[in-house]
Write a protein that binds this ligand. Structure first.
Ligand code: GLA
Length: 386
């Protein structure tokens, strides 16, 4: 082949790529979504397959009346089991017993509350609970969701043997762009094939691990293993260490404070996974703490990372838009321990002001270091400002 011929082919190939790529991204660029980590609720952790339109309506009501909406929670997401079959045209069908009014009516109701609706599907043949998956129906399903007014879709990875997640999830990305409705795209393939490497140009968030459970051991293994992934996150594209278990009863208060603090430092999506209709004051206080939520939702959009560890003790830092730092002093040990924050860990010199974000109190200023006692499985969450 001559050089000029080779050059011509290269130009044609490149322009094809740019045109194809830009149609997909143009839609997304017009509707920048998830500029801060998505906040909302998801049915799975508490209710499993026990979803229904009544549950979703009552949850939307509770999100407003409890103050969750005012605190920033927005998406009401139905997880697995809302779908039962496909009709003669291949369109996905919602369970007529549990969702007798249909998903469109539910979306209208949720929207009337100033909230947004999410649904769940799977990139494989079946969902994890054996309901119809989205394989070979990617565009058809996304168009159906868009027609219903869905604002968020979580796409799982069960029954996907032999498929390449990177390729399959791109089909949904392009389907969302083609459907033309701003829909947050949540990739849920549990870290298979390192989604943090291709997730940023595919979806708005991607799960980095297997499922969380309402136990300190599982929550802490997931949360503290996120170090190093911070370079892949930013506005519009977030690592997802899974949904919250706060308020489900399997952890002690200090453990839930660790969960919420760590997720905020990780700039993780904050999807409550408890029963919003019946939460007690303690759960509500943890989920709606404005100073903790401000860390998660900070406009700089930087995911925090670990700056120091010593046995069961860890210090994590998240730089914030105003130049201050959110700092978590974590004690993963089995008894109360003293942890010393040295300002050098933050790359700053004293004096610096310290604020306790759980008690909402200024705890003074320091020239060099600060050494609080931190309870077993607990945390001291600080904002450190010059
Ligand atoms: C997988 C996901 C969970 C949940 C269930 C539903 O396990 O990781 O978050 O969606 O499927 O079946």
């Amino acid at each position: 082949m001559t050089n000029s011929r080779r050059a011509l082919i290269a130009v044609l190939f490149a322009s094809l790529f740019v045109v194809g790529g830009s149609t997909a991204f143009a839609q997304i660029a017009n509707h920048p979504l998830a500029q801060t980590p998505p906040m909302g609720w998801n049915s799975w952790n508490k209710f499993g397959c026990g979803v229904s339109e009544n549950l979703v309506r009552e949850t939307a009501d509770a999100m407003v009346s409890s103050g969750m909406k005012d605190a920033g929670y927005q998406y009401v997401n139905i997880d697995d089991c809302w779908q039962v079959s496909r009709d003669a045209q291949g369109a996905i069908v919602a369970d007529p017993t549990r969702f007798p009014s249909g998903i469109k009516a539910l979306a209208d109701y949720v929207h009337s509350k100033g909230l947004k609706l999410g649904v769940y599907t799977d990139a494989g043949r079946l969902t994890c609970e054996g309901r119809p998956g989205g394989l070979d129906h990617e565009l058809q399903d996304v168009k159906t969701y868009a027609g219903w007014g869905v604002d968020y879709v979580k796409i799982d990875w069960c029954h996907a043997e032999g498929l390449d997640p990177e390729k399959q999830y791109v089909k949904f990305r392009d389907a969302i762009a083609q459907a033309g409705r701003p829909i947050v795209f949540s990739i849920c393939n549990w870290g298979v094939k390192a989604p943090w490497t291709w997730g940023p140009h595919t979806g708005n968030l991607w799960r980095t691990t297997g499922d969380i459970s309402d136990h300190y051991d599982r929550m802490s293994v997931i949360g503290f293993s996120q170090n190093g992934l911070e370079k892949f996150a930013g506005p519009g594209h977030w690592n997802d260490p899974d949904m919250l278990e706060v308020g489900n009863g399997g952890m002690k208060r200090d453990e839930y404070l660790t969960h919420m603090s760590l997720w905020a430092l990780l700039a993780a999506p904050l999807l409550a996974g408890n029963d919003l209709r019946s939460m007690n004051a303690e759960t509500k206080e943890i989920l709606t703490n404005p100073e903790i939520i401000a860390v998660d939702q900070d406009a700089k959009g930087v995911q925090g990372h670990r700056v120091w560890d010593e046995g069961p003790l860890e210090i994590w830092v998240k730089p914030l838009a105003d130049g201050s730092n959110a700092v978590g002093l974590f004690n993963r040990g089995e008894s109360e321990l003293k942890i010393t924050l040295d300002l050098k860990m933050l790359g700053i010199r004293g004096p610096a002001r310290l604020r306790d974000l759980w008690t909402h109190q200024d705890v003074g200023s320091t020239q060099d270091s600060y050494s609080p006692q931190v309870p077993k499985h607990g945390v001291m969450m600080l904002r450190v400002s010059k």
